[in-house]
Design a protein around this ligand. Sequence first.
Ligand code: ADP
Length: 592
Amino acid sequence: MKRRLLSQLLPWFLALSLMPIVAIVLATWGTLEEFLSERVLLDLRARVELIRPFLAGPIRSGDREALQAILSSGLDSSIGTRLTVIGPDGTVWAETHEAVEAMANHSDRPEIQAALRGGVGESRRYSRTLGREVWYVAIPVVDGEGRPMAVIRAALPDEAVRPLRIRGLLRILLLGLAAMGVAAGFGLYATRLVSDPLEAMRQIARRFGEGEFHLRVPEPDTVELAELSRTLNRMAEQLEDRITREIRLRREHEAIIASMKDGVLALDREGSVLGLNGAAAQMLGLSREDSPGYRLLDRVRLPALEHFVEDALGSEGVVEAELTFPGPADRIYQIRSAPLMGEHDRRIGSVIVLHDATEVRRHERARRDFVANASHELRTPITAIRGYAETLEEEAADDPETVRRFARVIRNHAARLENLAADLTLLARLEHLEEKGTLDREIVLVGDLLDAAVSLIEPKAHERRQRIEKVCPQDLRLFVSGSLVEQAVANLLDNAVKYSPEGGRILVEAGRTDQDVFIRVQDWGCGIEARHLSRLFERFYRVDTARSRVEGGTGLGLSIVKHVAQVHGGRVTVESAPGEGSVFTLLFPINF
Ligand code: ADP
């Protein structure tokens, strides 16, 4: 059982101090007893010696009555001692306190025996006559030849010295107790000298354990304890440093992982989620609020993911896959897992990183489609040109009218190729500008810009007896690439002309709202079915391919419009209904 230092040390201190104190008390007690008996015996002896000359005469003459008379004359009260005169045969001759006749023979008393042998008899024993503990001294009175004629005995009841003894004992005990008290006090002080600083250190060390590393252990005066407290403080400082570093590092890692666009997910060996970042939660449709510990596959039910997780947890290396997550718009994720190691390089699960490859794949597809479309678009006029050229070469060279017709067709196709090449070049330039993020801008008056675009399309409109109306505030300005915006407006006007009936009306209108400057091109032509609207701005997307070709369109016009808007940080919208016409709106933000 563990005990406090104080309660362990203090009994030892007390025991250590108690032993000498008890020894001293016992020794003093013995000395007191010895001293008392010596004093009493000496005193009694002196008293007998004092009375002996008075008793010697009657003893010698054997006059017992005279003896009794002396003893009864108040001697006992004056010297406070009981006196007895005993004959050599042990009979009591005279007595201060008792009637002689009633007293037994005293020859068996040790002090009497010693006195009858010629010495001084001393004894302390229980007196049957008095019924208590009594001190005796007996001295013989001898004749001329040294033979004892009688013995004079003085007796003092022990009671007489008892108060003295008790007082002495009390004093010894009190002093002993006081010494013990002082020893206990010193013991307590000495123990606390060690235990108090240790306790203070223990308290602070406990708070270190709770993370309060800013605290410092006070330095006690004892060298060893001061060293211990310095060690503790150093340890706390180092721990604080290390923990602060670790926390900073962890926060940095967390911030990095949290800010990653890629999803990061940690699974334990059973496939339960240990943690995930916001991107992973969003990709997998999980909530970051849910406390980790749930099984991933219980929440995300997707066979492909199930296989991947099984592979990942079962593999010692990196596992990669590309998974399509079905949804309103399919998402394609490149997903990669690596073993997650814990302490002592023990495998504790897997880290899975999800990279959203949807856009990349969409781009790749768009590029593939674009190349296929572009080569198809190019092949059509080239095939036609080649066909007509071959026919010219082989058959029609003689008929000038046919030659002229064929040449016109060849020229038309060449013009189409030229348009296509021009549009492709412009698209490439716009893409490049978009990537670079820079653009040469100038302040242009929107009215002038619209006039320039209209004048490009006017001849074609005129051919169809169409009217182009322009509505634009005089002072409306834009900070844009004038040529690009002019090209975009011309494309919109060209489409409006192409897809409006003869004699139709076209309105081009510009203005500003709180956020944007808008340029709107409206026609009342054939309009577009809703299902085409979302794809209308894709390259080579046409609603009616044959009509577009007849009209000399490349299928790139609206794509160019969209990119022009984008390089300016703007956008283009369309509203249209079949038979009612269309409205295309270019929007340029005022604060870009
Ligand atoms: P195109 O060179 O074929 O005109 P665009 O990219 O300019 O190519 O237009 C794409 C398709 O959008 C066109 O083929 C046409 O079907 C449709 N379209 C564009 N503008 C209009 C419009 N104002 N009215 C009706 N349809 C239009």
